[in-house]
Design a protein around this ligand. Structure first.
Ligand SMILES: [Zn+2]
Length: 390
């Protein structure tokens, strides 16, 4: 057994210079056989002691790791304490070893041309993970609910907890509620949702909606998609019925999603259905309204960033389509306008024309000043509902 002898010879050379524990000895030859490094180290030492006697006995204190593997039971206890109040199924261990230990290991590899070793961090993470798993029944995962960051010598333990993402749709049944907190308003859609969510999960809630509507615009129909991210949640799977929100802001929860699904939901552009109450101070006839809606249907609107949002948004021209339009007179000076448009079209400006920055507009098509008095979002179409937005 040429290879076997090579291991024995090399191992003897290593332990003649460095007093190593079974873990650290076995780890130098980790890729050569199955089983744990500790078992491997013990076997090598057994062979050596049969062949060479006392030279192979285990040192009291390992010169490489300082017997750090003995602290695993104590670290498991520490991890249990650190995660006591957390609900989780999966975990991973990331250990932090001091540089001198890592450097010494590489030095030994270099000195004895060892190419079959495994790093101490890898072994330690695995062994500590195994021990924690046995003690708690939790599973190790590459994408875990909880990451334990362990300093094995100081025994400091901290946790990183994967956020929870929830997908829902909200309806705003009353005007005068901003999407996110705004001075002068006692509540917002975000604050209503997050109050409920952060209490239920015991974490910090971040609210993100797919687009937004103005404070004075209602959000009706099936509602606007949004995501909440719960940071450092104590619970991970709150039953959705415990999160029920009813009142001026209503929420329909769709379910738990991954981070990737969440960002897809937020970036998807949806077609939208609107109802606007439009005022034309000069007055407007049914004939004019009929003509207006014919012209709006399938019109491509060129919209320069509106004046009222130009502080927040980059100045550029957007092209958005109006797919359908219908007009219903209310009285001589006002009418109701129903629209289906691409997402991202500013409807108030589509009506007023925004001093020529939106073209064409209801004002320009009528040849009369028109103004949006009330606006409701009636629906946000899922892609599959209304076909692909172009
Ligand atoms: Zn050791």
């Amino acid at each position: 057994m040429e290879e076997g002898r090579g291991v024995v010879e090399k191992a003897l050379k290593v332990i003649s210079k460095y007093g190593l524990c079974d873990h650290c000895l076995g780890r130098m030859f980790a890729v050569l056989s199955k089983g744990t490094n500790e078992e491997r180290g013990r076997c090598i030492r057994l062979v050596l002691s049969m062949e060479r006697g006392a030279a192979a006995s285990r040192p009291e204190r390992c010169e490489l790791c300082g017997n750090v593997f003995d602290s695993i039971p104590e670290l498991v206890e520490g991890m249990i304490r650190a995660s006591e109040s957390l609900e989780f199924e999966t975990f991973r261990v990331g250990s932090k070893f001091p540089d001198p230990v890592l450097r010494l290991e590489e030095e030994i590899w270099r000195e004895f041309s060892i190419k079959t070793g495994e790093s101490i961090k890898r072994e330690f993470n695995r062994e500590l993970g195994k021990a924690f798993s046995q003690a708690t029944g939790k599973r190790v995962s590459d994408d875990p609910d909880v990451l334990f960051i362990v300093e094995p010598y100081s025994k400091r333990i901290s946790t990183e907890i994967k956020p929870v993402y929830l997908y829902g749709r909200y309806r705003k049944l009353k005007r005068g509620i901003p999407l996110t907190p705004l001075p002068g308003y006692e509540k917002s859609v975000a604050s209503v949702v997050c109050r409920k969510v952060s209490r239920a999960f015991g974490g910090r809630c971040v609210f993100k909606a797919a687009g937004r509507e103005d404070v004075d615009v209602r959000m009706l129909g099936s509602g606007r998609p949004f995501i909440v991210e719960v940071k450092r949640p104590k619970r991970r799977r709150v039953p959705l019925k415990e999160l029920e929100i009813r009142g001026e802001v209503e929420v329909e929860w769709i379910g738990y999603v991954t981070r990737k699904e969440a960002s897809k939901i937020l970036s998807r552009r949806h077609r939208k259905r609107y109802r606007a109450l439009v005022s034309v101070p000069e007055g407007v006839t049914e004939e004019e309204l009929k003509r207006l809606c014919e012209l709006l249907e399938n019109a491509v609107i060129e919209q320069m960033t509106p004046k009222r949002v130009s502080k927040r948004r980059a100045l550029r021209v957007r092209r958005r389509r109006v797919y359908s339009a219908s007009c219903r007179p209310v009285d001589e000076k006002s009418f109701e306008l129903h629209l289906l448009t691409d997402g991202g079209l500013y409807i108030k400006e589509l009506i007023s024309g925004d001093s020529g920055r939106t073209r064409p507009s209801v004002s320009s098509l009528l040849g009369k000043e028109a103004k949006c008095i009330e606006l409701d979002v009636l629906g946000i179409a899922e892609d599959e509902d209304e076909g692909q937005a172009t």
